[in-house]
Write a protein that binds this ligand. Sequence first.
Ligand SMILES: *Cc1c(COP(=O)(O)O)cnc(C)c1O
Length: 358
Amino acid sequence: MEPRTREDLDRIPGYRQGRSAVAGDAPSHKLSSNENPYDPLPSVQRRIAELLGRINLYPDMAGAALVPELARRHGVDPARIVLGAGSVEVVSQLIRATAGPGEEVLFAWRSFEAYPLLVVSAGAVPVQVPLTTDLAHDLPAMLAAITDRTRLVVVCNPNNPTGTVVGAAELDAFLDAVPAHVVVLIDEAYREFDTSTDRPDGVALAEERPNVVVAHTFSKAYGLAGVRVGYAIAPVAVAEAMRKVAVPFGVTGLAQAAAAASLDAQDELLDRVRALVAERERVVAALVAQGWELATTQANFVWLPTGESTEQAVAVLERHGVLARAFPDEGVRVSIGTFEANNAVLAACAELRAAVAA
Ligand SMILES: *Cc1c(COP(=O)(O)O)cnc(C)c1O
């Protein structure tokens, strides 16, 4: 007899991490996980180093080193802030706090790969609503997909992996129509890169609307993917439920300190974000000039709609030292990296266009 595990887990693939090295010793640009290409700031590294002598102690579960500062900056009640080991853990907490067996969690597809995994692991039912032909959220279709069993709706804005956004008026109309007992999560992991003119403000929506939760992370714009820290702003009752399902002590003291130090260095970090956005615009303009038809991205990555040529695209990118995230038969997501890395992407993409045209 084999040891028994849950049968429903057989239906879902495990999370796949973006690859980190190309074969051989060619220089490689890791553009597969939307990480920040800049080194951690010295001020942030110092704050972590100062705490190394105290790692024999458990961290503060209430996040005393970080929560009050987040509450002050966002102008919200600290009781509404929930920390997690990355915002993916916050999303997991919210799913488990809202949806149980037989209950539905609705999200766009394709979107963040972790959503279906987290929903199934909570024992709940994932309901995926296809993106529009422009690769954006189809909010009217999502609204139509809400049933008596829907407990949570996720809006990933900007959307991973397509980079598309939902406008403020469109999101408002959607939120007006969602039943009050259904929680809506706005996952703003890439918010800082969104320079669109009618960008919705997730924190303000969470303040105004009693069923809205917003999730932010320090992994992308703030460059702290390795220490694992993110947070949600939720209604107090939802926040309390989320803390109950969290793994105790999931957010380390080092992570809390690194995040607090990053808030202190916010201006410096947002300069980096501006540089990455400028690089994104340079890359997009060059790709369009090469003949690529792209959905508008407002994140720190570009979606290449390579369809059936996806395998070939990955091979060409790798020959140029670029590791990207492939979605077989759909496309490739390439993060914006350093100037050199982005040039390698452009060279690979030019070669791909030539191959397609030939
Ligand atoms: C990267 C990402 C997150 C959060 O990542 P963490 O490292 O867990 O904070 C959340 N949502 C989306 C859509 C992401 O792409």
